[in-house]
Each structure stands twice: as C-alpha cells, then as structure tokens.
Design a protein around this ligand. Structure first.
Ligand code: SF4
Length: 166
C-alpha cells in the first residue's frame, strides 16, 4: 500500500537506540532468523500493523526535543523504498540511524531500482550492519548487539567508495 509502512511498533522517546533522544520505527518482517534474536515476533512479513506516513510524521512533529530517528527491526531494508520516501519528509535537523542484518557491501552490490537499497542508504547517516551473532554478543558495545556489527558513516563511505567506520 502506498504511503504506509508495516511495523511492529514505535518508540517516541528512546535513549537506547542511538545517541540522544530518538524516535524509533521497528519495522515488521525479517528473513535472517538470527539465533538469539531479541525480536522474533518481528520476523513475520504479514505480522505487525500498517501505519501511514502521516501518522509517523505527526508523532515526530509532536516531539521537538528529538535528536534523530532510528530505523530498526525486523529488517528495515525489506521496505527500503518506502522508508527512504518517509525519511525524506522528516525535519532536516534529525540524524538517521538504520540497523540492518545485511552487510553494507551486500546492500551496495545488490542495489537496484526495485529494492531501493541505495535510496535508503542515501538518506541514512549511520548504518549499523550485519546479523546478530550470538557467539559475538557483547553487552559493552555502544548501540550494537554483537562484535561483528559495524557503525558505518554512510555518506563518507558512499563518497569514498570504501567503508568508513565511525
Ligand atoms: S536481523 Fe535483527 S531482527 Fe532479523 S533475525 Fe537478526 S537480530 Fe532479529
């Protein structure tokens, strides 16, 4: 459906999904099925519920203290085109963090017009990439679940055509 997202939930004011005060969109649907995933209820692509862009935008507008928006999951890149369109409507002062079970390299290599991977990357400031790996789990990592995951400066990486970590 146009101008809608399938989500498992929202958080209006999170301090655990990135730096500062953040609005979080938990998208619905994920094919990775990582062992030890904290949100298996987000796997079913037909689960969760639909929300309109308007509803998301009005909730964001209602909180002027926000520093940014985090796109989490589920797997945000399964709805990359819609998310990119929505993010382009956000106030420009908000920074965007996107979690993904895919690697940055996979997204760049497999980007095409239909899947919208590049569109979502191009509106993302920080990409936290890679599957959650139980044996690499570490509670001391900032905003990451396992040591294999990386915080990537997406704009610098796309410009330089190589991965620039934060
Ligand atoms: S990518 Fe994330 S949501 Fe998907 S199974 Fe792995 S930990 Fe869970």
């Amino acid at each position: 459906m146009e101008n809608t997202l399938r989500i498992s939930g929202l958080s209006n004011d999170s301090i655990v999904d990135g730096p500062g005060l953040r609005f979080v969109i938990f998208t619905q649907g994920c094919d990775m099925h990582c062992e030890g995933c904290h949100n298996p209820s987000t796997w079913d692509k037909n689960g969760g519920y639909l929300i309109t862009f308007e509803e998301v935008l009005s909730k964001i507008a209602a909180n002027p203290l926000l520093d940014g928006v985090t796109l989490s999951g589920g797997e945000p890149f399964l709805q990359a085109r819609s998310l990119a369109e929505l993010v382009r409507m956000f106030p420009k002062n908000l920074n965007i963090i996107c979690y993904t079970g895919f690697t940055y390299e996979y997204l760049i290599e497999n980007a095409n017009k239909e899947n919208g991977y590049k569109e979502l990357l191009s509106v993302t400031d920080t990409l936290i990439d890679g599957e959650f790996i139980e044996s690499e789990k570490d509670y001391n990592l900032d905003f990451k679940g396992s040591r294999n995951q990386r915080s990537i400066d997406v704009k610098a990486s796309m410009e330089n055509k190589k991965i620039i970590l934060l």
